[in-house]
Design a protein around this ligand. Structure first.
Ligand code: NAD
Ligand code: MG
Length: 390
């Protein structure tokens, strides 16, 4: 039986992962499941899957979790330290699907145990790509991408030589506002931004799809994960979300990964790798699909894409700063403190202020330095948002 741990088990990726595991329960032993505020879901799943331990990230919810688990054999734990303890428990395959930079430390800890880390938490690669790769290498662990675009690139690269790669194209649906006139974006609301045309995902990544900050993170993730020159990485808008990514080779071949938007493909690929097994995803009927369309990813409409290029060029801790500033600005947008287009404005200003201070961006990529940069970027973002509100 394979020992499985899921960080962020109550979220969209976590629930899709449990859906796959639940179809073949005898093949897996669930070690730890973690969540946040959704105690009933966390406890219910932990009992149903016979987990050793259930962990809520919120230390104030320990009593609630204990109560929800009473009468079962599942241990209850809470808080960031308990997340790390859960990551220290031996497991063969660990799903990293916490949202935000909070997912970094548990993922690193799992890699230190030599686990295979299925990485949905793209923020880990954006904030600390080099540290993730070196930690996996040092402890005999491995990282498999779960972001659909990166799973697609990974699959297109199997058996290929990286030096033959000419370009990597990742696709973007364009999110909720792709057809809006640019003039209307200033009054876009969080409720409108949280409606994704194709994918059913958590609230934060769905809003990030509308602003293209999700794609910006994914461009950086592509560079970090595959160690590809940023000049060879591009994004294209593909409203149908059927092609997830394409890899172009020096002989002109262009390999596309095509399939319906269902995260259980990428999760299942990482779960069964290096084998391929049956997965409960719809099969494409090309004739009824009829056509696939593509548009330029316009950096005026989506300034996040331009900022991603700047981050890839700057390297160092700029990814951590970029991500944390975005997380705070997104909080501000969800709380209706700032407007939709001000998300990018806040991130750009945080990046330029912190880059102007010597020693911040070029410090070594250690967990401590990443968390410090993350904290500093959040503080700066708060200052800038206060000014914008005032
Ligand atoms: P979600 O909001 O549905 O779930 C997030 C999970 O993280 C929940 O279990 C929540 O309890 C937990 N969590 C939230 N804040 C936390 C914190 N501070 N500490 C510990 N746990 C915390 O998110 P999601 O859509 O499942 O996305 C999860 C990750 O996967 C993100 O990094 C996202 O970018 C990535 N991803 C998601 C999808 C998708 O289809 N949903 C696709 C590709 C990549
Ligand atoms: Mg993606």
């Amino acid at each position: 039986m394979r020992r499985i741990t899921i960080f962020g088990a109550t979220g969209s990726i976590g629930q899709n992962t449990l859906d796959l595991i639940g179809r073949d329960p005898d093949a897996y032993k669930v070690v730890a499941l973690t969540g946040g505020q959704n105690i009933a879901q966390l406890a219910g799943d932990a009992i149903r899957f016979g987990a050793e331990v259930a962990v809520t990230a919120d230390p104030d919810r320990l009593d609630d979790l204990r109560a929800a688990l009473s009468g079962s054999n599942v241990e209850a734990a809470a808080g960031p330290g308990a997340l790390l303890d859960a990551a220290s428990r031996p497991a063969d395959w660990v799903m990293s699907s916490i949202v935000g930079s909070a997912g970094l430390a548990p993922g690193l800890r799992a890699l230190e145990q030599g686990a295979t880390l299925a990485l949905a938490n793209k923020e880990s690669m954006v904030c600390a790509g080099a540290l993730m790769l070196s930690t996996a290498q040092a402890h005999g662990g491995s990282i498999l991408p779960v972001d659909s675009e990166h799973s697609a690139v990974f699959q297109a690269l199997i058996g290929e030589d990286l030096s033959a790669v000419e370009r990597v194209i990742i696709t973007a649906s364009g999110g909720a506002f792709r057809d809006w006139p640019i003039e209307d974006l200033a009054k876009a609301t969080p409720e409108q931004a949280a409606q994704h045309p194709n994918w059913d995902m958590g609230q934060r990544i769905t809003i990030d799809s509308a602003s293209m900050f999700n794609k910006a993170l994914e461009l950086i993730e592509t560079k970090e994960f595959f160690q590809i020159d940023p000049a060879r990485i591009e994004a294209v808008v593909h409203p149908e979300s059927m092609i997830h990514a394409l890899v172009g080779f020096r002989d002109g071949a262009l390999m596309a990964h095509v399939g319906p938007p269902d995260m259980r493909h990428a999760i299942g690929f990482a779960l069964h790798y290096p084998e391929r097994k049956d997965l409960p995803v719809d099969r494409l009927d090309l004739v009824s699909l009829g056509q696939l369309t593509f548009r330029r990813a316009d950096e005026e409409r989506w300034p996040a894409l331009r900022l991603a290029r700047e981050v890839m060029a700057a390297g160092g801790l700029s990814g951590a700063v970029f991500n944390a500033a975005k997380e705070r600005a997104l909080d501000g947008f969800i709380a209706k403190r700032i407007g939709f287009q001000q998300i990018a404005q806040v991130v750009e200003e945080v990046l330029s202020r912190i880059s102007a201070q010597p020693g911040h961006i070029d410090a070594a990529i250690t967990l401590d330095n990443v968390m410090q940069a993350d904290h500093l970027a959040r503080t700066r973002a708060d200052e800038i948002m206060k000014k914008l509100e005032g």
